[in-house]
Design a binder for this molecule. Structure first.
Ligand code: SF4
Ligand code: SF4
Ligand code: FES
Length: 233
């Protein structure tokens, strides 16, 4: 058996947030935290609320705080976790219910960087080509699943999240800055040259440690800063 202490909050029922303990059997080898949460929901307490979809680290919907560290429940082995396993919503976002947070602001920030290809040259007959080297520039960026684990572990975003874009959105911004097919790099950089949007990153590096896909948002932020400096000189 494993023991979990799960954050519970139901605004419709009134009352304060609390923690609830559950005991769950380890019912298969390599059992993940998401298996334990599903067991609770399906067999012990159907009111437990959390997001999940793919179950294999692709959709980014089950980001949560696990024993103080942000991660994806579906790829976190219960075997390696200290007990009782404390499971909480991602920090720094309003809680809607139990482990479900309100990601509206996070995705508004994402939309603000125009995360799509912007090209003004005529549409080619076939696709817009890239060399192997140009395509390789996107490695370490396209894998981001927008789970928010990095952004919600960033103290600068907790304090200035209304204006600081946070590591996930800045990594995505860098993804489009680096894309050889995009023709709005100058405009993208103009929009980021702002005391808050970009420069509130103080290199605390929590984001890098939190990323369940092993990506490096700090490196992306530094690349944007270097690119801004280079165009000045
Ligand atoms: S390196 Fe920057 S973005 Fe990453 S956690 Fe630290 S302050 Fe936030
Ligand atoms: S950089 Fe990593 S932690 Fe941040 S949103 Fe993307 S996948 Fe999630
Ligand atoms: S359920 Fe999709 S990433 Fe975990």
């Amino acid at each position: 058996m494993i023991r979990l202490e799960i954050y519970r909050y139901d605004p419709e029922a009134g009352g304060e947030p609390c923690r609830q303990s559950f005991e769950v059997p380890v019912f298969k080898p390599g059992m993940k935290l998401l298996d334990a949460l599903n067991y609770i929901k399906w067999k012990l307490d159907g009111t437990l609320t959390f997001r999940r979809s793919c179950g294999e680290g692709v959709c980014g919907s089950d980001g949560m705080n696990i024993n103080g560290v942000n991660g994806l429940a579906c790829i976190t082995d219960v075997a390696g976790l200290k007990q009782p396993i404390r499971v909480s919503p991602l920090p720094g976002m309003p809680v809607i219910r139990d482990l479900v947070v309100d990601t509206t602001h996070f995705f508004e920030q994402y939309r603000s960087i125009k995360p799509w290809l912007q090209a003004v040259s005529p549409v080619p007959e076939h696709e817009r080509l890239q060399s192997v080297e140009e395509r390789a520039q996107l490695d370490g960026m396209y894998e981001c699943i927008l789970c928010g684990c990095c952004t919600t572990s960033c103290p600068s975003w907790w304090w200035n999240g209304d204006r600081f874009l946070g590591p996930a959105v800045l990594l995505q911004a860098d993804r489009w800055i680096r894309d050889s097919r995009d023709e709005k790099t100058g405009e993208r950089l103009d929009k980021l040259e702002d005391a808050f949007k970009l420069y509130r990153c103080h290199q605390i590096m929590n984001c890098m440690e939190a990323c369940p896909k092993g990506l490096n948002p700090t490196g992306a932020i530094n690349h944007i800063k270097r690119t801004l400096l280079a165009r000045k000189s």
